[in-house]
Design a protein around this ligand. Sequence first.
Ligand SMILES: Nc1nc2c(ncn2[C@@H]2O[C@H](COP(=O)(O)OP(=O)(O)OP(=O)(O)O)[C@@H](O)[C@H]2O)c(=O)[nH]1
Length: 631
Amino acid sequence: MNMVKADLLASIRSSPDLPSPNEFARRVIRLTQDDKVSYALLEETIRVDPAFVARLIKLANSAWQGSGGRPVVSVKGALQILGLPAIRNLALGFSLLSGYRKGPCPQFDYQGFWSRSLALALAFQAISSRARAAPSDEAFSVGLLVNIGALALATVFPEPYGHILAQATLANKGKLAELEIARFGCHQWELGAELLTGWGLPKIYVDPVCFHQHPEADLSPVGSRPYVLTRGLALAATIADLLLDPASRTPEKVLELYRHGARVSLESAELVALGKQVATDWHEWANSFGLRTSTAFDFSWVEQVAADATLLSQSAPEDPASLRVLLVDDERSSRMYLKQVLQEAGYKVMEAENGRQALAAALENPPDIVVTDWVMPVMDGIDMIKQLRKTPTGAAQYILVITAQTDEDHLVQAFDAGTNDFIPKPVTPRVLLARLKAGARSIHLQRETEKNYRELQDIAAELSESNRRLQEMSVTDVLTGCPNRRYALERLQQEWSGSTRRQHPLSCLVVDIDWFKEINDLYGHDRGDQVLRQVSETLRAGVRTQDVVCRVGGDEFWVICPDADRVAAAACGQRLCDAINKLAIDAGDKRCGISVGVAQRSESMADPQSLINAADHNLYQAKREGRGRVK
Ligand SMILES: Nc1nc2c(ncn2[C@@H]2O[C@H](COP(=O)(O)OP(=O)(O)OP(=O)(O)O)[C@@H](O)[C@H]2O)c(=O)[nH]1
């Protein structure tokens, strides 16, 4: 990463023109950050700005928010429908968007900038919430601010930055970043990251801003939150490009979309659905901010392109400069002539005098295309082609045979030997180059197909890795890290079958925290969560390695004890009770402990659920008899 020069940062930070939320927005944002804020106070604050009220009501009434047909006419009604995070987004967006619509740099498209930022914000919000990587309002703000470095450069250095913009269009981001580095010593996203750090954004959001244009430079472990946020932001930028810039709608862009999508576990259908939703939201929001949007773009197009793999392969033109031709002819003058024609057309040419020499040259330094005469001393063209086709590199080369005999028998013989095409004698430059062009196109297609195949393999590998993680997440309780109810039910069924097969005992404990509601009520939900984590850790530390502790809901845990009879399981339950008591968790005037119901599988039980029912019944007894005990 380039270092953002201190003097550049200082002059941007000290500029009075630097974009920042206005006082009204700051007040609304502050208020909405407090979950306990009264709607009356919020309403009073918002009323001060009639333009904001109008947009708020309009947005609440829009079909997107689904207000159910009854029109919203009051601020209060709008607040209730939209909820606090949306109000916060609206205040931030509205203040930035309405304050920086114009600026001193004529080459900078201020409207387009905000329209793209809005699309990016909505896309990143949707992606983060789908990947559970960031709260939706935080993701929105990060998306809205991701390109703030460019706005800052345009605002504070309108002239030199305008000059740079004139040289590179926004579509050519690579070029733009290069010019920015050459002039300012850093690119806009590095500068943006520095600015956001200064505004107090945490590193977890600043790094994605810095790296999202080159996610490979971010070395966070695959699947970690920073990894997902950086790739998610890259995906959001790709979606914004597709929505705003018709020139970006190419097969390569679709591949990029799929590549970023795979990294945040989004498959084709999900990507298209997400893109469609973002497009709808973007039109709504842009409307309510009075920003222009481009004509509607239907994300189904993406699926069509992806389905048509050949489109992906036809993307780049054939470039003779990258192709090597082996020219095989025993007649020196004819070889020199053809060589000159090929070189002038841009091909790199190697030569051989006969089939044997050609074979040696082709194996040592494989060409892309072989153009060979048929009749030659030592080894003729047809024998050479047959030998070449038997080698792994030769099998993939494009071969043309030059022949004076173009009757059916001769041509069939040439194609049987493995030639791709023939050139009739006398060879004219036009025909030679036309046939070579067809060959070059075929080579190019083949290479693209191989490249796409490799990319698809990479994507498939990444998808399978993220599916594995999703699978893991789907059986893990997020708060405590314990296996969840779904896992508990599957595991119990397995242990049940195992115990039937091996005729071994199986027991189960149902554990419920005592007075847990009091802890929530007295000290708040956060403290409640902390206690849940503490209890789950203590339970896990207190059981045998083969026992499995699962959080099956609220404050209830199951401990599955394979190979344990009722006596052993009850002893385990008592050990757990004692360990929790030692934690001395306070629940007001009571002591928080656990009650445990124990049951062992018996012949009369029909299925695992009967075992749980029996343990549950005993838990109920333990509660009734005063809690903090094993029954
Ligand atoms: N903090 C927190 N509370 C939760 C969570 N899941 C459920 N709860 C709360 O846990 C409480 C469980 O209720 P009860 O089991 O009836 O409460 P209790 O005080 O333990 O009652 P006894 O079991 O009779 O001692 C409810 O108030 C739920 O709202 C959670 O993930 N975090």
